[in-house]
Design a protein around this ligand. Structure first.
Ligand code: P1T
Length: 388
């Protein structure tokens, strides 16, 4: 089924899952979980249906990869064992020793750790710029620069990068542009259409949506890049398991309705916090006070449901507040149906050096929230009682 002409929700529900009406098949409307690690052949030279070993290709993972490509209107989709496995595979596939990456200075801590503590040992270097001003990227280009790596919005400061402007720079200079699209999901933003070469997700977040699957997704259009990333997927082997592929497929089917409701709840929480006297500042792209609100709207169809804020007071006050919440859970991660709250300096970004954290604006009292799908009155009442 070619899903090109269909709307997002139709693609999310239908793409990659065609009932099988062949002789002896049962016509399942949901793709089966194919647990077999190997596939038998009738004739020596011919893998049955193109399948020979699950690391190389598995029918459940293939259904997910087809769905991933469809929901981001990409030529190709690939699924990995985690977001970081997807990142490492993209880096291994598209770079070589001696290459240089320009990265946004605000990124998930684990991504920075790959750049600074893993691939640096193989001669690949990264330098960091404030990519909220795209001119900073053009200024940082060196003769060895091969890739630009951004998140938009960033984790945890929710900064926006002008993806079209950065893509113009990367295209002009023959660089590969990777956009980590985790925070908005394919429902709200399509980096490939804005000029990126690779759109990447921690599928652990909104794609899975229920905090019960760890996964990574890579979407791309260029066949040569796809072939190289697919080669690493098979050869390095960080593939998504059949069961986790099924969970991701199941999650994607409700992505559209979840994202709409996540966003409604997040805006209500952001407005409540912005009005509260004990809150110093709230960063949420959907607020009029967000400095890059117009730019954000020009490249995304929604604002997502992650926000960050600072309380008046010191770390002890933030700790006191967090530990008094009853509906929100103090936990890393985001994008699940349950509301999560955390202190990046102690949790998700603890691996980033203190000086770097402070330079980029991740203060010790910055609190990050992933607004879930609970009743909004309960979420606001919970914040209110903990603040008071
Ligand atoms: O956890 P994993 O599925 O490997 O994904 C890593 C990752 C990649 N990109 C972004 C933007 C992310 O936020 C993450 C994971 N982030 C968290 C666990 C977190 O709490 O921020």
């Amino acid at each position: 089924m070619s899903t090109h002409r269909y709307g997002f929700a139709t693609k999310a529900i239908r793409a990659g899952e065609q009932p099988d009406f062949r002789e002896g098949a049962s016509g399942d409307v949901v793709v089966p979980i194919h647990l077999s690690t190997t596939f038998a052949r009738k004739e020596l030279e011919t893998p049955t249906g193109g399948y020979d070993y699950t690391r190389s290709l598995n029918p459940t993972r293939k259904a997910l990869e087809t769905k991933l490509a469809a929901i981001e209107d990409a030529g190709y989709g690939l699924a990995f064992a985690s977001g970081l496995a997807a990142e490492t595979s993209v880096l291994l596939a598209l770079l070589k020793s001696g290459d240089h990456i320009i990265a946004f200075d605000d990124l998930y801590g684990g991504t920075k750790r790959i750049f600074d503590q893993i691939i640096n040992a193989y001669g690949i270097t990264a330098s960091y710029v404030d990519a909220a001003d795209s001119e900073n990227i053009a200024r940082a280009i060196q003769p060895s620069t091969r890739m630009v790596w951004i998140e938009s919005p960033t984790n945890p400061l929710l900064k926006t990068c002008d993806i079209r402007a950065v893509a113009a720079v990367t295209r002009h200079n023959g660089l590969i542009l990777v956009v980590d699209n985790t925070f908005l999901s394919p429902y709200f933003q399509h980096p490939l259409e804005l000029g990126a070469d690779v759109s990447l997700h921690s599928a652990t977040k909104y794609i899975g949506g229920h905090s019960d699957v760890l996964g990574g997704a890579v979407m791309l259009n260029r066949q040569d890049y796809y072939e190289r990333v697919q080669f690493i997927q098979n050869s390095a082997g960080a593939v998504l398991s059949p069961f986790d592929s099924y969970l991701a497929i199941r999650g994607i089917k409700t992505l559209a309705v979840r994202m709409e409701q996540h966003q409604k709840n997040a805006l209500a929480v952001a407005l409540f916090l912005e009005d509260h006297p004990k809150v110093r500042r709230v960063i949420y792209p959907g607020l009029e006070s967000y400095p890059q609100h117009a730019l954000f709207k020009s490249q995304a169809s929604g604002f997502g449901a992650v926000l960050s804020f600072e309380l008046q007071g010191a770390v002890a006050d933030a700790k006191y507040f967090l530990e008094r919440l009853e509906v929100f859970s103090i936990a890393e991660s985001l994008g699940g149906v349950e509301s999560l709250i955390e202190l990046p300096s102690v949790m998700t970004h603890a691996s980033v050096e203190e000086a770097t954290r402070h330079k980029t604006g991740i203060t010790d009292t910055l609190i990050r929230v992933s607004v879930g799908l609970e009743d909004i009155n309960d979420l606001i009442a919970d914040l209110k009682q903990a603040l008071e």
